[in-house]
Design a protein around this ligand. Structure first.
Ligand SMILES: [Zn+2]
Length: 255
């Protein structure tokens, strides 16, 4: 069965049909979902979803673009949530130089603090890195990210950068972008990355695969991503589903 490693089902895009959609997952071959925190509020929402649905697990963390809200009190709260049984990762955390807000120094400070927190609580990290490959790699190396392990979500860099993350034992979240016509570089990187280091993700409600590009995304489109990976790797759809599901269960320690 399919393992959705990155989604935001607390998003308002699901306001009208959230329950109906989530309850349809089992019959659509979707076994588990990791709902991702991207701020204090969405980490709260994530925890609520993990309590309501047995197949939803969660990540607690603050996205680089939201780090301006952090202070010692909120950071302490975030760390407490990491001991909840269904919180299986810290994320999404990292650097975003595309939107480039708040100041890079603030993004870096809280990226490092959350990375060190993950090492302390012994959870893997979910990395968001956009237009910031070099600083991300440098900070992960300096911060001994290999001890936490984790996944580079929505990987969008080159094969060369993939090699750096692989060297630290990281996995790669591959989503709808791989189906886009202009994603030749990403398909080359996926060809290079070992299957054992690939996870399926959608980043719902964002980044819907072809032919739904621009529309609301959901985990129901995971098969389109798995099919494309199968094509790039020259293996069967079933193998992609089985291996990526196994990889995710191992990383997040869900059996
Ligand atoms: Zn995300």
């Amino acid at each position: 069965m399919l393992f959705e490693s990155h989604a935001h089902y607390d998003d308002e895009a699901f306001e009208n049909d959230r329950g109906k959609l989530l309850e349809s997952f089992k019959e659509n071959d979707i076994e588990y979902v990791i709902n991702i925190g991207a701020s204090i509020r969405t980490t709260e929402n994530t925890i609520a979803l993990t309590k309501k649905y047995p197949f939803i697990y969660g990540a607690a963390g603050v996205h680089p673009s939201d780090t301006a809200e952090l202070n010692e009190e909120k950071f302490a709260w975030l760390k407490e949530q990491c001991s909840l049984p269904k919180i299986v990762a810290v994320g999404e955390i990292g650097l975003d130089y595309y939107w480039d807000e708040p100041d890079r120094e603030i993004q870096k400070k809280w990226f490092d603090r959350q990375l060190q927190m993950a090492r302390e609580v012994k959870l893997p990290i979910i990395i968001h890195s956009r237009d910031a490959a070099k600083d991300t790699v440098d900070m992960m190396k300096a911060g001994r990210a290999e001890e936490a392990g984790g996944v580079i979500h929505c990987f969008s860099y080159t094969k060369e950068t993939a090699r750096e993350f692989l060297g630290m034992g990281f996995s790669f979240g591959i989503g709808g972008v791989i189906t886009f016509n202009n994603a030749k570089k990403l398909r080359e990187a996926v060809e290079y990355i070992p299957m054992e280091n690939i996870l399926l993700e959608t980043d719902s409600p964002y980044l819907a695969p072809m032919p739904y590009r621009g529309k609301r995304n959901s985990s129901l489109y995971l098969p389109l991503i798995a099919e494309k990976i199968a094509e790039v790797k020259g293996i069967s759809y079933e193998e992609v589903v089985e291996i990526t599901s196994h990889n995710a269960k191992r990383l997040f320690q869900i059996s």
